[in-house]
Design a protein around this ligand. Structure first.
Ligand SMILES: [Zn+2]
Length: 135
């Protein structure tokens, strides 16, 4: 086993003059606060719809989902193998019941997928209990 490099989450640095008072940046932030956003949460447990446990059609996983609710209220499921699909049996109410930490925010869905391990790098990897990988 090789150690994970500490710099794998290295930030992209963009040279920017007068960062503190950029009207365009400020406008963007204000707009993002007001606009209805795509919301998502992670769901480590199996999801059962009408008695049937949801299974990823790509890798046959049955848990560790990322659940995404778009602005019109459609619910998508995303697997650790990065396969994502619309799940018409799930509604916004189902999503609201599943959401764990509504304060958790990411700049984008892709950032969230990376952070929560749903970008494919953990495909087939299942963490036991919590996020303590050990080793
Ligand atoms: Zn999968």
């Amino acid at each position: 086993m090789h150690a994970i490099a500490n710099n794998q989450f290295a930030r992209v640095t963009v040279p920017r003059a007068s960062q503190g008072d950029d009207p365009l940046l400020r406008l963007q932030q204000e707009t993002e606060e007001d606009r209805p956003r795509i919301r998502f949460t992670t769901h480590p447990d199996p999801i059962t719809i009408t008695g049937i446990t949801v299974m990823c059609p790509a890798c046959a996983a049955r848990r560790d989902w990322m659940v995404i609710c778009d602005v019109p209220g459609r619910v998508f499921l995303r697997c650790r193998c990065a396969h994502q699909w619309h799940e018409p049996e799930l509604t916004r109410a189902d999503f609201d019941a599943m959401i764990g930490d509504p304060d958790r925010k990411y700049p984008s869905l892709e950032a969230a997928a990376r952070h929560t391990g749903h970008d494919g790098t953990l495909a087939g990897t299942y963490l036991t209990g919590d996020f303590d990988i050990g080793e």
